[in-house]
Design a protein around this ligand. Structure first.
Ligand SMILES: [Mg+2]
Length: 547
C-alpha cells in the first residue's frame, strides 16, 4: 500500500504543476550584517571600521572587489585589512564603539522567542567580526547554538594583533549548512538560510532553502534565492517561512483571544479590586490562580516569620508578563516594617552591586527576604551563582533572624526546566541543591488571563481618576474589551486609562469606549467594525468598578 504523504502534487502527465506545501525548518541559519541588524545604513561593519579609522570607505570596497574577482584569497584579504587597521592603531575599544552604533532589527526578541517555542535551533554564520556580533547581541547570544564569524586577536594592551578569517563566508556559508545538516542528521533542504548580501548567494547551491531579506548587491534570482522579502521592517516577517502554518496558527490564536475576552466580560457585573488581591496591589482574577498564589505567599511569609534552622529558599518560574517582580515586591511591601527586603536583578546588577547587596543580606538584623530576579540572566558569565550560592545557607545559622531567598525567572516554560537551566551553569548545581525540591519550595506563577488584564485596566482607571479628582464608578464592557485586546503591557494599559479619564467630562462617572479615542481618530471606527459581533453582543452593558 502506498503511504499517504502530506505533500500532494497535482500531476498533469509527469510534471507537478501545483504543490500544497507544508514546511517547517529543522534549523534556521542567519547571516548577521544587514539581516539581523536595522536597515537605514547600507554600510557593513567592515566599512564602518574603515571609516572610523579615517579611511575612504571605497578602500574597503576595492579590496572586496579584488577578492570577488579572484585576485586575492580570503586570508590575503584579511592580511591586507590587518595592515591597514594596524597602521591606524585599531584597538578593541575602537571595535566595540563601532559595534555600539549597530542596532538589532525590530522585534528581534519576539521572533527569536517564537522560533525557540517552535523548537527550531538557530545559528549565525557571518562575514562580520565576532566581537561586534557579541557586543550587539549581549545576553541575546544565548538564542544561538553557534556563532561563526571572523576573529580579531588583540595584544596585551588591547591593540589589534591578528585577523583570523572565518572559513564560513561566501562559499563557506554553503559548507556550513552542509556540515550542520550532517551534525543535526537532517536534510540540507530542511535548513532555512536567511541572508541579504553578495556573500550569501552560495547557500542555495549547497541545497538549503534560502530567504533573501533587504537585499544588498544581490537580487532575487532563482539561482541564489527561493523566497524574498524586499523590505523587511520586523524580524517576525520571516516566521511564515520558518513554519508555513505559522500565520494560520496566529489567526487561530487571535480568534481565541477575542473569544476569551468576550467571555470574561459577558458575565461581569462588578469588579471589586480588593476581592482580587493576592497581597497588596498584586491581583489575580481567577479564583484558582489567586488561591495558589496566596498559598505561595503564605509559605514565603511563614518562613520569614518563623525561624527554622534549615534552608528556606524558593524557586519560582513565572510566565512572561505575569508580574513576577511585582509579586515579590508587593509581598515585601506588605511586610515593610518587619523585614529587610533586598532585591537583586541578575540581568541588571553588576558583580559589585550583587556582592554589596548580598553583604546587606548577611548583615541584616531583621528577618531578610532576598529576591534574585532574572535568576537565569547573564548566561555567559561564571560569577553569578558562585557569588550567590553560599549565601543560601544563611538561614541555617543559629542565633540569627530568618534569611529567605526567592529565586525567580521566566525562561524554560516550567519550574523544572528553569531548574535544569540553572543546574547546567557554573555552580548551578550548588544553587539548586540549596532549594528543597518540593511543592512547598518550587512554584509557578501562571500566565495572565483576560480577566487579569481587565483588573489592570480597572485599577489604572481608578488611579487615573483619583489623580485628577474624578469619581469613576462604571466601565462600558466594550471599552474594557478594547483595552485588553489592544494593550500588550501594563504601561500601555496605563496610558490608555490616563487618556480616557482625561476625556471624561467633569461630573460623569462612566468610561465609554469612545473615551479611548481623541476626536477624529479613525482607529475608533476601524476597531468597532472589526469587532462588530462583540460590540453587538456586549451592547451598552457596563460593569461597576471599585477599589
Ligand atoms: Mg549580510
Amino acid at each position: 500500500m502506498r503511504k499517504k504523504k502530506r505533500k500532494t502534487p497535482t500531476v498533469t502527465g509527469d510534471a507537478p504543476i501545483a504543490i500544497v506545501e507544508y514546511w517547517k525548518a529543522k534549523a534556521v541559519v542567519f547571516d548577521f550584517d544587514g539581516t539581523l541588524t536595522k536597515r537605514g545604513s547600507t554600510r557593513t561593519t567592515w566599512e564602518a571600521i574603515w571609516e572610523s579609522l579615517g579611511y575612504d570607505v571605497n578602500e574597503c570596497g576595492l579590496l572586496a572587489k579584488r577578492f570577488l574577482e579572484g585576485q586575492i584569497t580570503h586570508s590575503e584579504w584579511c592580511n591586507l585589512t590587518l595592515e591597514k587597521f594596524k597602521a591606524k592603531n585599531l584597538s578593541l575599544d575602537g571595535v566595540i564603539s563601532v559595534a555600539r552604533s549597530i542596532e538589532l532589527i525590530q522585534d528581534f526578541d519576539q521572533c527569536m522567542e517564537e522560533i525557540q517555542r517552535l523548537g527550531v535551533p538557530t545559528y549565525i554564520v557571518s562575514g562580520s567580526i565576532w566581537d561586534v556580533i557579541s557586543t550587539v547581541l549581549g545576553d541575546r547570544a544565548q538564542y544561538f547554538k553557534r556563532i561563526e564569524a571572523n576573529n580579531f586577536g588583540y595584544t596585551n594592551n588591547n591593540m589589534l594583533g591578528t585577523i583570523t578569517g572565518t572559513r564560513f563566508d561566501f562559499e563557506g556559508k554553503g559548507e556550513f549548512v552542509k556540515e550542520l545538516a550532517k551534525e543535526l542528521r537532517v536534510l540540507v533542504s530542511d535548513i532555512l538560510f536567511v541572508g541579504n548580501d553578495i556573500n550569501d548567494v552560495y547557500v542555495k547551491a549547497a541545497g538549503a532553502r534560502t530567504l533573501l531579506v533587504n537585499p544588498q548587491f544581490t537580487w532575487p534570482d532563482q539561482k541564489a534565492w527561493d523566497k524574498y522579502i524586499p523590505k523587511m521592517l520586523s524580524l517576525v516577517e520571516i516566521l511564515p517561512f520558518v513554519d508555513s502554518t505559522w500565520e494560520e496558527r496566529q489567526r487561530a490564536r487571535i480568534l481565541g483571544e477575542r473569544e476569551r475576552a468576550r467571555k470574561a466580560l459577558t458575565d461581569l457585573d462588578e469588579l471589586r479590586l480588593a476581592k482580587m488581591s493576592v497581597h497588596g496591589n498584586y491581583r489575580r482574577f481567577s479564583n484558582e490562580d489567586r488561591a495558589n498564589l496566596v498559598g505561595l505567599a503564605d509559605r514565603i511569609r511563614g518562613a520569614l516569620v518563623t525561624k527554622s534552622l534549615t534552608r528556606e529558599n524558593f524557586l519560582i518560574y513565572a510566565s512572561p508578563g505575569s508580574g513576577k517582580t511585582f509579586f515579590v515586591e508587593e509581598l515585601a511591601r506588605t511586610l515593610a516594617d518587619t523585614i529587610t527586603f533586598v532585591p537583586i536583578d541578575l540581568s541588571r546588577d553588576s558583580q559589585a552591586v550583587c556582592e554589596e547587596r548580598l553583604a546587606e543580606v548577611a548583615a541584616s538584623k531583621r528577618p531578610c527576604l532576598c529576591m534574585i530576579d532574572e535568576v537565569d540572566g547573564r548566561k555567559g558569565e561564571e560569577w553569578p551563582y558562585d557569588v550567590i550560592y553560599k549565601k543560601l545557607d544563611l538561614n541555617e545559622a543559629r542565633g540569627r533572624e530568618s534569611v529567605v531567598f526567592v529565586l525567580i525567572g521566566s525562561s524554560g516554560g516550567t519550574v523544572t526546566k528553569l531548574s535544569e537551566t540553572i543546574r547546567s551553569r557554573y555552580k548551578g548545581k550548588d544553587m539548586i541543591d540549596r532549594i528543597l525540591q518540593s511543592g512547598q519550595h518550587w512554584a509557578q506563577i501562571p500566565p495572565m488571563g483576560m480577566g487579569d488584564t481587565v483588573c489592570v485596566y480597572a485599577s489604572k482607571i481608578l488611579e487615573a481618576a483619583e489623580a485628577v479628582q474624578k469619581t469613576i464608578r462604571e466601565v462600558e464592557k466594550f471599552a474594557a474589551y478594547h483595552a485588553v485586546l489592544t494593550c500588550r503591557t501594563p504601561r500601555q494599559v496605563k496610558l490608555l486609562a490616563d487618556q480616557a479619564v482625561m476625556r471624561i467630562p467633569a461630573g460623569h462617572t462612566q468610561v465609554y469606549y469612545d473615551h479611548h479615542f481623541g476626536p477624529g481618530d479613525n482607529t475608533n471606527k476601524v476597531f468597532r467594525d472589526q469587532h462588530s459581533d462583540v460590540a453587538l453582543a456586549l451592547g451598552k452593558q457596563t460593569f461597576r468598578i471599585s477599589k
